[in-house]
Design a protein around this ligand. Structure first.
Ligand code: KG4
Ligand code: ZN
Length: 347
């Protein structure tokens, strides 16, 4: 196989990113550069991502990210063989910004263009970090998504189940907002939970009484709101210790649900694929150490290998988009200037 160098772009939520990967022969692709410009500061006053602000920032920053990615890789566009871009799902303004930027580069430099599904980018990350062989079981858990997928191939996914309402990342973000902690909520709730008592407040474990791999996280947000209001009504406010206990209780419930549902997904997966015992996790919430530990334990009990990407490849990045784009390109996929931004695009 010929050596390929690919530029990837990502702008579907609140991270503007560009990365360059090179694959020589059958080897795992090498990340030559990966640039991520976050937007936490731009959205901090609003308690969540404001789509219009995000889209404008992406439009302003994509060029800067591409320039930095090229500089860090020591390349010009002459050294690039193809351009991959997130074409959905995500916030429409951001996705359009990325797709337009990629089309401009592809047209200007005469390069092939490949539209990538953001979820496929996350789901194929273990191929980049661990050279994982197909098939494997993937728990994709982020701010907008939560699902178990059997990854059979670059474009072949079977969904075993997932959330019926909110994603866990959304619940972490809401928890942080309700407790006056900074966004994104995942890292701040995780930090507070470290010193908290997970048993002080009784949080439910939604849908564990139901068979299958489906989950629900909206009830946990309500439970947190009620517990918080009860403390405020009793004492007139929250202490640091109250906050830590609320975070610890909430996080322990998420860990228990994800671990138990993973056991069930693993049972279903292993029945069909006994010779490929691997659970991989991806998405921003996979950065959480307590969740990683819970999943690791569930895997150890069932004799299944567990793998999680390094933290910077869990949250949104363009290396995963370049990686998926490279695999698609190798299979002969190529888009043209009609490539559309798809705000909804299930796997
Ligand atoms: O994959 P990602 O960067 O963007 C989406 O595609 O959604 O995930 C972002 C989500 C946010 O909700 C953020 O709060 C959550 O991942 N997150 C975490 C942690 N780090 C990021 N959740 C729990 N614990 C963390 N350490
Ligand atoms: Zn993501």
């Amino acid at each position: 196989m010929r050596t390929l160098t690919i530029l990837g772009l990502e702008s579907s939520c609140d991270d503007t990113a560009a990365a360059i990967l090179r694959q020589t022969g059958d080897d795992a692709p090498e990340i030559l550069s990966s640039v991520v410009m976050g937007q936490n500061d731009l959205h901090a006053d609003f308690g969540g991502v404001v789509p219009e602000i995000a889209a404008r920032a992406h439009a302003e920053r994509l060029d800067i990210c591409v320039r930095r990615a090229l500089d860090r890789a020591g390349l010009s566009l002459d050294g690039i063989d193809a351009v991959a871009v997130t074409a959905g799902p995500g916030l429409i303004g951001g996705v359009i910004s990325g797709v337009m930027c990629a089309k401009g580069i592809a047209a200007g430099a005469g390069l092939p263009l490949i539209g990538v599904n953001h979820l496929a980018g996350h789901a194929l990350t273990p191929r980049l970090t661990d050279c994982a062989a197909f098939p494997y079981l993937m728990l994709l858990v982020s701010g907008g998504h939560c699902q178990f997928l059997i990854v059979h191939g670059v474009e072949e996914f079977t969904r075993l189940g997932g959330t019926i309402d909110d994603a866990p990342g959304e619940a972490f973000d809401k928890t942080a907002r309700l407790l006056g902690l900074p966004q994104p909520g995942g890292p701040s709730v995780e930090a507070e939970a470290k010193s908290g008592d997970p048993a002080r407040f009784a949080f439910p474990r939604p849908m564990l009484d139901r068979p299958g791999c489906d989950m629900s996280y909206s009830g946990l947000k309500t439970a947190l709101l009620r517990a918080r209001d009860a403390v405020v009504a009793e004492k007139g406010g929250l202490t640091r210790a109250d906050r830590a206990d609320l975070c610890a209780g909430f996080q322990a419930a998420v860990v228990d649900v994800l671990a138990e549902k993973s056991r069930r997904a693993l049972a279903a997966y292993m029945a069909e694929n006994p010779t490929q015992p691997l659970l991989a996790v991806a998405g921003g919430v996979a950065a959480n150490q307590a969740i990683r530990a819970g999943l690791e334990t569930a895997c150890a009990e069932t004799g299944v290998q567990f793998t999680a990407p390094p933290l910077w490849l869990c949250t949104d990045n363009a290396a995963m988009i370049a990686n998926a784009g490279l695999a698609l390109f190798r299979k002969g996929r190529k888009d043209d200037m009609t490539l559309a931004a798809r705000p909804r695009w299930p796997l």
